[in-house]
Design a protein around this ligand. Structure first.
Ligand SMILES: C[S@@+](CC[C@H](N)C(=O)[O-])C[C@H]1O[C@@H](n2cnc3c(N)ncnc32)[C@H](O)[C@@H]1O
Length: 292
């Protein structure tokens, strides 16, 4: 998992400063237990919170700070920073286009990133669309603290509980998006949040969410094909995420299930296969509408 990361340290990792800050690691290097301080950091140091010797990285797309490695790992399953920035920028471009198409412009709109994590998409979206007022919410209080401290100039970030409500009045947002959030929620929690998103969405507003569709029903998840085909919803508890609650697992949705079940909460306008992301593990997307 770390091979790429080991080969290619980000330019902001300061080898000499890291070894000076942690003499025991310098000694381990001298004893040939590690080849470099970078090798130690990429396997152990980031988990142990050894941040000395690291300069904050800047996102090459917008100059904003890049989250620390364990926060990157939590939302992305990898610590490599530049790929995360690329994905955030890609998704923000995609969402900008959906907003422009559906809302007619990206001016004077309130937008919510529900399940924003450490603001990888919300910060990129706000940076590329100064006419949007972007809010982010998440259960991950550490990630929200990071957002407030580091990207507070472009995104308003608030922690929420695992279950509704959100701290916003009804009909507050013009547009809501959720990147890889419903991909992790148990079924009842999913319905509770669809109702809550409907509550805070303005009449006439749109919500857009990604889900794991057919291309995910393979490899580790191939055994669920029948359940996915027949029941339409799978909640697989084999892969918990360190730092997030136990309910946070992996879900798979059949588009028929989205049409049938999500439309009980919001009107399902459009489902697109593999529309969010690049490569084999792109997510399907659902565009939802709240009637006027
Ligand atoms: C895979 S991460 C994606 C983060 C972000 N959307 C992005 O694309 O970078 C899923 C996020 O959903 C958040 N989440 C899970 N359950 C939630 C809930 N009930 N309310 C708010 N956020 C939740 C997690 O804490 C995590 O940050």
């Amino acid at each position: 998992m770390y091979a790429m990361f080991l080969l290619k340290p980000p330019i902001d990792f300061d080898e000499a400063a890291y070894l000076a800050a942690y003499p025991e690691i310098a000694q381990a290097k001298a004893d040939r237990i590690f080849d470099t301080g970078w090798q130690h950091f990429s396997v152990y140091g980031w988990r142990e919170g050894r941040w000395r010797g690291l300069k904050p990285l800047a996102n090459p797309h917008n100059g904003l700070p890049v989250p620390s490695p364990h926060l990157r790992y939590r939302i992305h399953g990898a610590v490599e920073p530049m790929d995360l920035c690329r994905v955030g920028n890609f998704n923000a471009n995609l969402i900008s286009e959906v907003i422009r198409t559906r809302m007619g412009s990206t001016e004077n709109l309130r937008v919510l990133d529900f399940g924003c994590g450490c603001g990888n998409v919300s910060s990129a979206l706000a940076f590329m669309n100064p006419g949007l007022t972007v809010y982010g919410t998440d259960i991950d209080e550490e990630a929200i603290r990071w957002c407030r401290d580091n990207i507070g100039s472009v995104v308003h970030s608030v922690a929420n509980s695992a279950l509704p409500p959100l701290p916003f009045e009804a009909n507050f947002f013009d547009f809501i998006y959720c990147v890889s959030v419903f991909t992790h929620l148990p079924e009842d929690m999913q319905f509770a949040w669809l109702d809550e998103l409907k509550r805070v969405l303005k009449p006439g507003g749109y919500a857009w969410a990604t889900f794991h569709g057919e291309n995910h029903v393979q490899g580790n998840f191939a055994q669920y094909r029948e359940q996915w085909e027949n029941r339409g919803f799978v909640y697989d508890t084999r892969f918990p995420t360190e730092g997030l609650p136990e309910f946070y697992q992996t879900t798979l949705h059949h588009p028929r299930y989205i049409e049938r079940e999500w439309s009980k909460h919001l009107h399902v306008v459009e489902i697109k296969k593999m529309a969010c992301g690049q490569g084999d593990f792109a997510h399907d997307t659902a565009l939802l509408h709240k009637a006027d």
